[in-house]
Ligand binder design. Structure first.
Ligand SMILES: Cc1ncc(COP(=O)(O)O)c(C=O)c1O
Length: 392
């Protein structure tokens, strides 16, 4: 067995990548006195739309808000069904309930962790109005198959792209002239962060116009600048809207992060490639599978343990990593196993066999631009050490 020495300093699971540029941009915004939604938010929307290749981008105060706006703007509501994946964060499904619709879950393709298009088709009923696929971990869904089903049954597609900034499907960025919408998250752990924040992108003029109204308290016109010299004080409320807009302190961060995005992505890629290379040589762990059509954003690096070859389960594996001073996470505890969803809809584990099998095996390892070579090597050695210690 290899000699393994536990390091003294804990490696956190995630760290945001912030430089003096971000700090100065926030200070400049504070000094400018325009701290609510204003010119920086508008500029961030324009630059983000350009970055992903979308006609419109609507900046929001969370990824959850962007997902909610997508469904609201398409008029999805009471009596409708929306198909999504159990292998996601709660907000993907919660927002379906927020518009009054019923979330219907389709199991994942075990290889990718993303929703399985053939399972989607099995769940379609006359009430189905939309599909919310999740580009899980930065892996991308098979969009051609999903949009083919959507066209066949006249369904709207709201892509949950919370993990997918930096991902490509068949050479195109996610959100690039999509036929539906894509919703991004800029939460602190994401590849681009504004602390909290999100963005809805679409090429559809009507969705854009409606989403802006829903995001701004239902005001009839873009009223963010009503306090400027040329602003108009009159407005109407034409929907019972939400307070979902981003503000300029967040956008100041976002603009700098966007300008540094390619550099940050290159670092993630380098670390992920090392992980892929090393973990593919350890029999009791599986590195992520990457289909030909995917360029992964490497938002999350998720290994699966192979319990058949180990004397410990996933939970114990996490404890062993923690003992070796490595922070981890699990993406995701299936939404369908959460108490609210179980009580309201009566889901059972057996309903989603691939999601449950995936859940029992997954561990998200640290992956962020400031993770050093030494830390990356240490994490690989620690995984190898645990496997050697607990191999059957
Ligand atoms: C798959 C997925 N969708 C949506 C969200 C919601 O994003 P936010 O936290 O910005 O509301 C998250 C958050 O982590 C997520 O992981």
């Amino acid at each position: 067995m290899n000699q393994f020495r536990i390091r003294e300093k804990f490696i956190p699971y995630n760290l945001p990548n912030l430089t003096d540029q971000e700090v100065n941009a926030v200070i400049d915004t504070l000094k400018s006195s325009w701290i609510a939604k204003g010119p920086r938010t508008v500029k961030f929307e324009q630059q983000f739309a350009q970055f992903v290749g979308a006609k419109h981008a609507i900046a929001t105060n969370s990824g959850t808000a962007a997902l909610h706006l997508a469904l609201l703007s398409k008029g999805i509501g009471s009596g409708d069904e929306v198909i999504t994946t159990p292998n996601t964060f709660a907000s993907t499904a919660n927002t379906i309930i927020h518009v009054g619709a019923k979330p219907v879950f389709a199991d994942i393709d075990y290889r990718t962790g993303c929703i399985d298009p053939s399972e989607i088709e099995k769940k379609i009923t006359p009430r189905t109005k939309a599909i919310v696929p999740v580009h899980y971990s930065g892996q991308v869904c098979d969009l051609d198959q999903i949009y083919e089903i959507a066209d066949k049954y006249s369904l709207f597609v709201s892509e949950d792209a919370a993990h997918a900034l930096g991902s490509y499907y068949k050479g195109k960025t996610i959100g690039n002239h999509t036929k539906g919408t894509a919703s991004y998250s800029f939460y602190a752990t994401k590849n681009l962060t504004t602390g909290e924040g999100g963005m809805l992108v679409t090429d559809d003029d009507e969705i854009d116009a409606k989403a802006r109204i829903w995001a701004g308290q239902g005001m009839s016109q873009n009223a963010w600048n009503r306090y400027s010299k040329d602003g108009k004080w009159q407005y109407d409320i034409c929907e019972p809207g939400f307070k979902y807009n981003m503000f300029d302190i967040q956008a100041a961060l976002g603009l700098v992060q966007l300008s540094r995005m390619n550099k940050m992505q290159a670092k993630r890629k380098k670390i992920a490639e090392k992980y892929q290379n090393e973990f593919s040589r350890i029999d009791a762990v599986e590195p992520p599978y990457i289909p030909d059509y995917t360029i992964h954003s490497w938002h999350l690096y998720i290994i699966r343990i192979v319990p058949e070859l180990l004397t410990i389960n996933r939970d114990r594996f996490i404890i062993e990593l923690n003992k070796r001073n490595i922070g981890t996470s699990v993406h995701f505890i299936p939404v369908t196993s959460m108490s609210y969803y179980q009580k309201r809809y009566g889901f059972k584990k057996e309903d989603f066999p691939n999601t449950e099998k995936n859940y029992e095996r997954i561990i998200s390892l640290p992956l962020y631009p400031s993770l050093s070579d030494e830390e990356t090597d240490y994490i690989i050695d620690a995984v190898r050490n645990i496997v050697e210690e607990y191999h059957k």
